[in-house]
Design a protein around this ligand. Structure first.
Ligand code: B12
Length: 234
């Protein structure tokens, strides 16, 4: 890093320059700088959700492109992920502070063979912010983990995340096991992750595919209110 770059004072940048700088800092895996950037944007009155999507997810998208193109490798991407998590940790309590009315309960986890958890964590945070209780099973979950948890927690929603084309078919394994046990229709199943799409969601028998955390919240709310209406009608 050159002296010139060392001298950048984040608080002196305007919003647009700061977000650009945060893209660079995320790319370089600079956790402290990301945390500082998040705090500055908060002080400037940015909504936590905008910081999350515009600065952090925006930065991670660039990392994703260069990872795909072989410019970045796993160690660097891990550092970027770590920096992103630092920023997310600051935003988490703020997103949960909305005082939204209690909506329902979601069990969420990344599927077996897959250790990507940033997107899942983001969905958890946003769901909590919207008033859902979230039980997070973490990464690398075999079918038993999901089934045990949804029953024990009496969840309304099961959320599964997969970021690899090799792990996404495992979602069907979980849904098929639910069908076999006669419990599939007791839960709303939402699936997500970069390589998925709506068609895949339908094909495996999920209730919905959600492309991002905001859509996940909207979709979950819709299903829960439908469920309440059905209960009221029945
Ligand atoms: C960060 C990252 C890593 C980090 C993960 C760190 C962590 N703690 O998560 C590390 C370095 C560990 C990693 C490892 C690997 N990775 Co990786 N990784 C990424 C990267 C760059 C970003 C993913 C991310 O966090 N995105 C940001 C979040 C916010 O977005 P998101 O995950 O998509 O989540 C959003 C939505 O999808 C949705 N969503 C997600 N989950 C859920 C769940 C529910 C229920 C709902 C409703 C919605 C939802 O909402 C989220 C928020 O808006 C992607 C690139 C990409 N294009 O996705 C590659 C990528 C996923 N990785 C890839 C690969 C190949 C690997 C490795 C196999 C590399 C290797 N050779 O070792 C390993 C696999 C390890 C394993 N077994 O899982 C490939 C997958 C290719 C493929 N077609 O399968 C990608 C696409 C990169 C690429 N183009 O080559 N990776």
């Amino acid at each position: 890093m050159s002296d010139e770059e060392d001298d950048i004072i984040l608080s002196e940048l305007d919003d647009e320059e700061l977000v650009q700088q945060m893209f660079d800092d995320l790319y370089d895996g600079l956790k402290e700088e990301i945390e500082e950037g998040v705090n500055i944007l908060l002080e400037r009155g940015w909504a936590p959700y905008d910081i999350l999507t515009k600065a952090l997810v925006g930065g991670m998208t660039i990392v994703g492109h260069d990872f795909r193109d072989g410019i970045l490798f796993v160690p660097e991407v891990l550092l970027a992920a770590n920096a992103m998590k630092g920023g997310m940790a600051i935003l988490k309590p703020l997103l949960a502070e909305t005082g939204a009315p209690k909506q329902g309960k979601m069990v969420i986890g990344t599927v077996k063979g897959d250790i990507h958890d940033i997107g899942k964590n983001l969905v958890s945070m946003m769901m909590e912010g919207a008033g859902f209780e979230v039980v997070d099973l973490g990464i690398n979950n075999p079918v038993e983990n999901y089934i045990e948890a949804i029953q024990k927690e009496e969840a309304d929603i099961l959320g599964m995340s997969a970021l690899l084309t090799t792990t996404m078919p495992y979602m069907k394994v979980v849904i098929d096991a639910m069908v076999e046990q006669g419990i599939r229709d007791d839960y709303v199943v939402l699936v997500g992750g970069a390589p998925l799409n709506e068609e895949f969601g339908k094909a495996i028998g999920a209730d919905a595919y959600c492309r991002d955390a905001a859509v996940a919240v909207e979709t979950a709310k819709e299903f829960i209110s439908r469920k309440h209406n059905q209960m009221a009608a029945g």
